[in-house]
Design a protein around this ligand. Sequence first.
Ligand code: KG4
Ligand code: ZN
Length: 332
Amino acid sequence: MKILGIESSCDETAVSIVENGKIILTNVVASSADMHIKYGGIVPEVAARKQVEVIVPTLTEGMQGFTPDDIDAIAVTVGPGLIGSLLVGVEAAKTLAFTWKKPLIPVNHVIAHMYASFLEHNPPHFPAVSLVVSGGHTELYVMESEKDITWLGGTLDDAAGEAFDKTARLLGLPYPGGPEIQKAAEKYAVVSSRVTIKLPRPMMDESLNFSFSGLKTAVLREWKNSQPQTEEITGAFAHEIQEAITDVLVTKTLKAAKQHNTKSIIVSGGVAANKRLKEKFTAKLEGKISLHIPSPKLCVDSATYIAAYAFYHNKPKSWKEVTAVPNLSVEV
Ligand code: KG4
Ligand code: ZN
């Protein structure tokens, strides 16, 4: 079964054809990320206007080598995301479903993220605990099978990626903050600085919920007290921010894995690209539980896992009933 996936929930516009939830046949991603750098974050209006321009060329490229007859169904992200952005993909998908007479499967972007690991050569085993860490979400799920998912907990305030982005901004580092914090932290470790900063690890309690807004406040307070703000001090902050966020993510995920006696841990979303996070998971698991972090190409937003998710959750709706839902719940 070949599913055409369409994704436009944030600043990417992406199209992909995936066979049987496993084999990527085409994968095209157009991003307006560069346009947001000068503003220090995503500007929804700018993103949506760019998406209107690129949706048709992206679809044309994503369909290259295939005709509508080859496609069995269309899958589209309906939420959560930015309303203007979501509408571009949703309206395109509805138009195609109507004109090509294809089933249309609405997809939850956050839940779909974890299906990136099923597109890799060595897929996860069940039961699996899945951590989705992006700019907008920090969510934990348990998967009993590809079709059976239960939400365990999530962030009560800022997401992990947001914590990286906001604290990076406080340190004067560019957007997106995650890769910049990682870079500054790596440099700091190399020079083995004399400066050390101590930051809290918020909500290291029994619950499987997260909270990162306190970390941001602590960084703000400590940073204001640090004079002069040299490159070495920036590095020390970046190092400790990365340690604090990854400590919380690893501890909570392992707690969930223990509770559910899982065979695999799946990590997905933009923050899954963080090297220190992978290092910590690898060290703690010691090969007892398999770790599944998609390759960088599948960590970032694309339509590949939108189409993969739709293969396992094949619940089409009439195009007339499919609408964009910016605040779509991620709890299942
Ligand atoms: O999933 P994603 O591409 O977009 C959505 O939010 O849906 O995630 C973007 C987030 C940003 O907050 C970015 O700073 C973070 O992922 N990120 C990283 C790294 N690469 C991207 N965070 C930490 N370390 C990284 N290497
Ligand atoms: Zn995403």
